[in-house]
Ligand binder design. Sequence first.
Ligand code: IPD
Ligand code: CA
Ligand code: CA
Length: 259
Amino acid sequence: MKPTLTYIEDLARRAGEILRSGYGQQHEIGYKGEADLVTEVDHASEVLILGELMRQFPEHRILSEETGEHSGDAEHVWYIDPLDGTLNYAHGMQTFCVSIAYEHGGQLQLAAVYDPMANELFSAERGRGAWLNGEPMRVTNPPSLRESLLVTGFPYDVRTSPRNNFAEFQAFSMRSQGVRRLGSAALDLCYVAAGRLDGYWQLKLSAWDLAAGALLVQEAGGVATGVLGQAEFLAQQNGILAASPALHAEMLAVLQSLA
Ligand code: IPD
Ligand code: CA
Ligand code: CA
């Protein structure tokens, strides 16, 4: 069987149901860093997704946040974030989701991000488009950066690393209508794809945070690159810059001026 959009949409909904039913319960919290948490629900969601993919596609390679790399044919790669927004989740904030992407021959092909609290399924297929609960999505086309609403996130090493996003946050706060900080990279990208937010940047992210959301933005008519315009943003942790083509160019100039 070849992976299809319906297949990953269904998988995202099933994993999202695990997140929804665990929401608001008492959690077993593990610490990967001072502010980098993992709960038993991250693991339960991952067990469901990996079990399903390994049964259906035993030869495929999988990169999944909590268990890392499962080796396989590099022609077929899955990027899994079983719960994106764990810090929100553990605190009882409702901004979180599950994110699944499938890449074939080095190109992202399919994406599904599901927010179970809002019952919003964002999905995309290369060359066919991007949808929110089945309705086509488009990025916005704001007249300029000055009239745009942006979103960003800060890295977990914000207390110790000089690459902490503070200068970028200040620069964009002075040049836009505002900068939001939601706590889920996958949903940040979905909201840009859906036209709720105009642009998103973040300095350090892993492939599982970005893969699905990047395809969603591209299929909704936007541009997704590394923060300095790198075409390669999945494997090399170049962060992400995602927006409509014109806004992307304007934001890129700001990021380059700070690099
Ligand atoms: C995190 C979220 C957050 C971003 C972090 C990610 P997690 O993912 O996407 O918005 O700022 O860099 O690691 O740990 O909740 O899956
Ligand atoms: Ca994540
Ligand atoms: Ca996660």
